[in-house]
Design a protein around this ligand. Structure first.
Ligand code: TXA
Ligand code: MG
Length: 331
């Protein structure tokens, strides 16, 4: 996928009434705006406007078979778009607003452009907690489609500077409200045939398990994630969002490194100090919040390779290791 060459000036405005008013006008006019959420910065557009949604795909250079998450202000807005059964309602009650995305059957006559779901009969939906995204949802009165605000396949942005580095010249506005809190994209769950984690994230398997004992353990079987209809010339339908190489820095990345080899910039954790560390005290929440920032920094310095210390594979470590494994993958 080629990303169009830069054609416009990208403004960065600090979060506040003026920034939200300007962003809201841009969205109403069919434009796209980068805005922070509690997970990562998103690139938002009116989900009901097909041309606006197409502009997201174009700016990111994203393959059109990869559908987008729709953000809503409240449950009533969510129920216009998706069919909620008891399990979905309980999940929404327990974790919304917050970093949980539900993949649910698309409601009949749901007012979203079909490009948002990439032709699927399901929709990925979430109610964010961040003040900037919530203010934009309230100001526009629209459901907002928003993938992470980075060029497709790149590292997700947790700061406004990351957005500008990746999409500067391709989007008109970034709302800057500092570093995001969670630092990892939302947990995505599907509920068809039982609770399935489609993408690990800030809401952990343990937290889901506490709500539904016996559900949500283990990875989703391939059949649990339905892809869009395949068509000739396109790759067979992959599990959306689960492309192997994702969140990729431009340099080779070595996992489970206990020390740096020559030419490597080492990202430490716990007892392994590294050039910089995800968390000196071995705190997984701190590590998640810093992960993409350190990957950006590792990518930007002059050493040719990156290495990362081992991260324990439990709780938030599962989501961190998921992102690291994809970042390390080379086609
Ligand atoms: O935290 C987040 O989720 C951030 C912020 C901005 O909200 N958004 C985000 O969006 O990570 P994105 O587009 O980078 O990732 C959304 C993932 C994609 O991998 C996509 O394939 C998957 O959600 N997805 C979207 N609709 C789906 C569906 N109907 N079924 C299964 N997966 C779906
Ligand atoms: Mg993304």
């Amino acid at each position: 996928m080629t990303v169009p060459s830069p054609t416009m000036t990208t403004r960065v405005l600090h979060y506040g009434a003026d920034a939200i008013a300007e962003a809201s006008q841009l969205i109403a006019a069919g434009g796209i705006v980068a805005v922070p959420t509690e997970t990562v910065y998103g690139l938002a557009a009116d989900a009901t406007d097909a041309r606006a949604v197409a502009a997201i795909y174009a700016a990111k250079g994203r393959p059109s078979f990869n559908p987008l998450i729709v953000h809503v202000l409240d449950l009533a807005a969510a129920q216009q778009l998706a069919v909620f059964d008891d399990m979905a309602l309980r999940l929404a009650e327990a974790f919304w607003p917050g970093p949980l995305t539900l993949v649910l059957p698309l409601a009949r006559d749901a007012p979203v452009a079909s490009l948002v779901t990439a032709g699927l009969s399901t929709i990925a939906i979430r109610m964010p907690a961040h003040r900037a995204m919530r203010a934009l949802l309230a100001a526009t009165g629209k459901p907002l489609a928003a993938p992470s605000a980075n060029a497709s396949g790149g590292i997700s942005p947790t700061r406004a500077t990351h957005v500008v580095a990746s999409l500067g010249g391709r989007i008109p506005l970034v709302i800057d409200d500092g570093a995001t809190e969670a630092g990892l994209e939302s947990t995505i769950v599907g509920i068809a045939g039982g609770l399935r984690i489609l993408r690990p994230g800030p809401i952990t398997e343990d937290a889901l398990h506490d709500l539904f004992p016996g559900e949500g353990r283990g990875p989703a079987p391939p059949s649990a994630v339905t892809g869009p209809r395949s068509s000739p010339g396109k790759p067979p339908v992959t599990a959306p969002g689960q492309l192997e190489s994702h969140y990729a820095p431009s340099k080779p990345l070595r996992l489970n490194a206990t020390s740096a080899n020559q030419g490597e910039w080492l990202i430490g954790f716990g007892a392994i100090a590294g050039d910089e560390t995800l968390s000196e005290s071995g705190d997984l929440g701190e590590a998640a919040a810093r992960l993409f920032d350190l990957l950006h920094r590792a990518d930007a310095n002059d050493r040719p390779r990156i290495a990362v210390a081992p991260i324990p594979h439990d709780s938030l470590g599962i989501a961190i290791n998921d992102r690291l494994r994809r970042a390390a993958h080379r086609d």
